[in-house]
Design a binder for this molecule. Structure first.
Ligand code: ZN
Ligand code: ZN
Length: 360
């Protein structure tokens, strides 16, 4: 016979930790179905040491390496730090025609303008974020700030999305560590949902939603993965992906340009430590999609917007077993077996020592 443990403080009560339930994502208003009883079977994941394909520091066939020629015929300079250029196969164009379509409010479309850029994190073909030194990651953070400021100041750019697809599993076609910047006129849907929920919270409380989330998580600590003086990283209470994390600035600033030196160094520090833990979780260069969420660049003030970064990794229980969003998740809503609390525990137990020091 067992009795539900009273729910003291911030801990997840046993009844929720063991039984099916739904959790609310306050940033989006969306729910996730959690089925922890399905994960109570013994942990079957094994750390498969997938042999790193030990790339060289420079690859003469890589279109991102310094000095090489890209598909469009452009030649990369012999760059020494991060290198940014317009995507040769851009998903957005600044000069798209101003077309509109509306058939009975049923078939609705509108031309979209924007800019797509690529950012190589460094000239090194073989160093992903966990293997880079913190000053080199800081240089990437500075480029993020510069690009956000420069693109965001344009009257035809309402939102700047900075992101990284890492690994073949995420559809990344080139192993040279790089990210992308898609800046466009309209606010994309994920940002629009988060804007609405952050604005409503700020209107009611005069604090940012993520500041309140952060304070709760720092007291609960059961989903906290790591922290420093300026940033904290945790598995969100409402995480959909098995090892999803949220990186939040302690100061409720709206974008990276508002971070001072210590803040930018702090972001570089948590990015290195988090991605090293990811790599060590299953002994593989950990695939993910990750990106910054910064305030819209629509010319308005956005005191409600709180700088953060999402990491959405697909791996579930080994280097090769991934989570799929299929069936019920396409037709109903996202679902997970392993609780966010146990994922955070595993990430806390993972080492921050880079998996493999490749090259020198
Ligand atoms: Zn390369
Ligand atoms: Zn977000």
């Amino acid at each position: 016979m067992s009795f539900p443990r009273p729910h003291f403080g911030f801990g997840v009560p046993d009844a929720l930790a063991e039984q099916p339930h739904r959790r609310l994502n306050p940033l989006t208003g969306e729910w996730v179905l959690v089925s922890p009883h399905r994960a109570l079977r013994p942990w079957q994941g094994q750390v498969e040491e997938v042999p790193a394909d030990t790339p060289e520091a420079y690859d003469p066939t890589c279109y991102l390496c310094p000095g090489n020629t890209r598909a469009g015929g452009h030649r990369n300079p012999d760059y020494a730090g991060p290198f940014v250029f317009d995507n040769d196969f851009a998903a957005l164009k600044a000069d798209s025609p101003e077309v509109q379509m509306n058939v009975e409010d049923i078939l609705v479309a509108r031309g979209e303008t924007g800019v797509a850029r690529v950012i190589c994190f460094s000239p090194r073909h073989d160093l992903s974020l966990p293997e880079m030194e913190i000053p080199a990651i800081r240089a990437v953070v500075d480029v993020w700030a510069d690009e956000y400021a420069r693109l965001g100041s344009r009257p035809d750019i309402g939102h700047v999305q900075i992101f990284e697809n890492k690994g073949e599993m995420m559809g990344c076609s080139n192993p040279h560590p790089h990210g992308q910047i898609w800046a466009q006129r309209s606010l994309p849907m994920a940002a629009a949902r988060e804007l609405a929920h952050q604005a409503e919270h700020y209107r009611r409380h005069r604090r940012t939603l993520l500041d309140d989330v952060l304070q709760v998580e720092l007291r609960a600590r059961e989903r906290l993965v790591l922290e420093n003086d300026t940033f904290a990283v945790f598995v969100p209470f409402w995480a959909v992906w098995p090892f999803e994390t949220l990186v939040i600035s302690r100061e409720p600033v709206a974008d990276v340009t508002a971070l001072d030196d210590a803040g930018r160094d702090g972001l570089a520090d948590v990015l290195k430590r988090l991605t090293a833990r990811y790599d060590n979780l299953f002994g593989v260069s950990f695939p993910y999609s990750a990106g910054l969420h910064q305030a819209p660049t629509d010319g308005e003030d956005h005191p409600e917007w709180h700088l953060h970064m999402h990491f959405y990794p697909p791996l579930l229980r080994s280097a090769t077993v991934r989570k799929f969003m299929v069936g019920y998740e396409m037709l109903g809503e996202p679902q997970r077996d392993v609780t966010p609390e146990s994922s955070a525990e595993r990430l806390r137990a993972a080492s921050e020592t880079p998996r493999a020091r490749r090259g020198g």
